[in-house]
Ligand binder design. Structure first.
Ligand code: ATP
Length: 563
């Protein structure tokens, strides 16, 4: 029930929207192909009776005609199956595209990608978006289409099987029972027993599949992290420690795989045997009627195919069990992700003339207070420095003002317009230098503006490399990266700029020159900064020591223990 509820929540955005109409159309066409497949199967079933009866009469020319009509039927079957598969793939792509967009909009909207990470849940959003969205759409469409065709097939072949069964009387000692459609009852009971056994043997597959997706994602993320921090690892010569952590991650995958193997062995032993026996069971059941000469060889063969068709369709659950377990694990992972995103409260930042905080408390994630009753005020264009001991909460306060840190009480107001925070280590994705400079704007400014910004921050030597695609975070020194981040601020022109030790890799003289240039280029920008560089500190018009103003909830002193 819970899985179905999660599934409906995940499906609604596509199937209940205007974008879903082409999807419904595709689904209807796939169902129409399904009807075609069942009709050809019914035809082949009737054909098999005629064929085997003609075989018994050794009528060569009639057999040749029958083979011709069989070839036509198979040709039609190929056509409808291929069209159904093509339409199915088109539907999967359409739904996946929509769900992918929906998930990305949600995840990137209101900075959920960051805020979700703060609460530590749910794990591996990358895997949920990249893989689970694909699995969900692919498996759902596959299961729904096969369920539809199998249901049709049951409807078509049950009536054939019922007619073929006729009325039979069974005697057991003194008792005798007369049954209509005994073959139908036999196939229902036979399949029901098979289904119950399958569920009993296979239900642990749900948890194993959930864990498989999680452990595979953990291994992949760990590998990616090594690549991202390759230089730091190389500097530490940390290969052995890294190898060990990867070995542990892979051991979890192998453990889970062994669990899956054991479970699938049990399930497979049953389903493979059950599948094989099912081919011959209808012949055994109808044998007394054949021996009593109440049915012909053709009739026996027709019973076998009709019984096989009804049994095959009724066994949909048995043969789809593994897929269903993978599907339910996928629904659970994606559904949890969607719920977690929807559960985050909306971020509404208040904007006004000036920057003000009123009785603002900043808390740790566990609710413990970090800064209490903070009352800050900054005029438009004012430069305000936040001071205080390391670990006091300066960075966390900046995150709070930006609307990133959810653990706070009280209110604040920001100057209207855009805000930008430059941390110590700028984010430089790989790509063209001009796009990197324009970040976070998506429109790249003209070449002259970009070159002007590069000159302002002393990166003139990069002016002829604007269109070069490279791993800039590896090529540029720490100081150059900080210069590039300041160039970004010049181009982005925020009305509030937060600098969190954003020049600490530059010498003080260069840092001061750059900040002076920033003040000249962005005279109306309110700047809230944290810096441990004395020369830089002097550039600020006002400093607030968070400890001295009584905002620190508890004094922070980090002392080295005496030897
Ligand atoms: N994501 C987080 N989860 C839990 N605790 C956190 C998180 N981020 C920061 N903290 C804690 O909040 C406290 C304040 O950290 P913060 O980085 O704001 O200090 P700071 O004053 O900027 O220090 P520094 O001057 O050394 O950069 C620290 O004890 C830190 O461990």
């Amino acid at each position: 029930m819970k899985t179905l509820r999660l599934f409906f929540n995940l499906s609604r955005p596509f199937w209940a929207s205007r974008a879903g109409w082409p999807g419904w159309l595709l689904l209807a066409s796939i169902f129409a192909m399904g009807v075609g497949i069942v009709q050809v199967n019914v035809y082949i079933n009737a054909w098999s009776k005629t064929f085997y009866d003609t075989l018994a009469t050794f009528d060569g020319s009639a057999l040749l005609d029958l083979m011709g009509s069989y070839a036509l039927a198979i040709g039609a079957l190929i056509l409808v199956i291929v069209s159904k598969n093509w339409l199915t793939k088109a539907l999967i792509l359409r739904w996946r595209q929509h769900l992918n967009d929906h998930m990305l909009d949600r995840w990137l909207g209101e900075r959920r990608y960051y805020r979700l990470g703060l609460s530590g849940e749910p794990d591996h959003p990358d895997q949920r978006i990249a893989e689970d969205v694909h699995l969900l759409t692919d498996k759902t469409v596959g299961l729904v289409v096969s369920l539809f065709i199998n249901t049709l097939q049951i409807g078509a072949f049950v009536s054939i099987l019922w007619q073929l069964s006729g009325t039979q009387t069974f005697t057991l000692g003194d008792y005798s029972v007369t049954l209509d459609g005994y073959l139908v009852w036999a196939v229902v009971i036979y399949t029901l027993i098979g289904t119950l056994f399958t569920h009993w043997l296979g239900h642990p597959l749900h948890d194993l599949n959930y864990e498989r997706q999680r452990s595979e994602a953990a291994f992949r993320t760990d590998l990616l992290r090594k690549r991202e921090h390759a230089e730091q690892i190389a500097l530490y010569s940390g290969e052995h420690a890294e190898r060990q952590s990867l070995a542990l991650r892979f051991a979890a995958i192998a453990d889970n795989w062994r669990g899956l193997m054991r479970r699938e062995l049990k399930l497979g032993t049953f389903t493979v045997g059950y599948d094989r026996i099912s081919n011959i069971v209808p012949v055994f059941i109808a044998l007394p009627a054949f021996l009593a000469k109440t049915i012909t060889l053709g009739g026996l063969m027709q019973i076998r195919t009709a019984f096989g068709a009804v049994h095959g369709s009724l066994s949909w659950l048995i043969y789809s069990y593994r897929t269903l377990m993978e599907w339910s694990a996928t629904v659970q992972r994606l559904g949890q992700f969607q719920q977690a995103m929807e559960g985050l409260p909306a971020v509404e930042l208040e904007h006004g003339e000036t920057l003000n905080t009123c009785g603002l408390d900043v808390l740790r994630p566990n609710g413990e207070p970090l800064l209490c009753g903070l009352a800050l005020h900054a005029q438009p264009g004012e430069w305000l420095r936040l001071a205080g001991a390391s670990g006091l909460g300066k960075t966390t306060l900046l995150r709070t003002l930006m609307g990133l840190w959810p653990h706070h009480r009280g209110s604040w107001q920001l100057p209207s317009g855009r805000s930008l925070l430059l941390p110590q280590k700028p984010y430089l994705a790989g790509g063209r230098l001009d796009e990197l400079l324009a970040y976070p704007a998506t429109q790249t400014p003209g070449g002259l503006e970009l070159i002007g910004a590069l000159k302002d921050v002393g990166l003139d030597h990069l002016a002829d490399q604007l269109d070069r695609d490279a791993e800039w975070s590896r090529e540029l020194s720490g100081g150059e990266q900080q210069r590039l981040a300041l160039a970004r601020a010049l181009l982005y022109r925020p009305s509030t700029l937060y600098l969190d030790e954003a020049t600490n890799q530059l010498d003080e003289q260069a840092a001061c020159q750059l900040l002076e240039r920033l003040r000249m280029r962005l005279p109306d920008c309110t700047l809230i900064g944290v810096s441990h560089q004395p020369a830089v500190q002097r550039l600020f018009e006002r400093s607030i020591d968070l400890q001295e103003c009584g905002a620190a909830c508890r004094p922070v002193t980090l002392e080295l223990a005496t030897a």
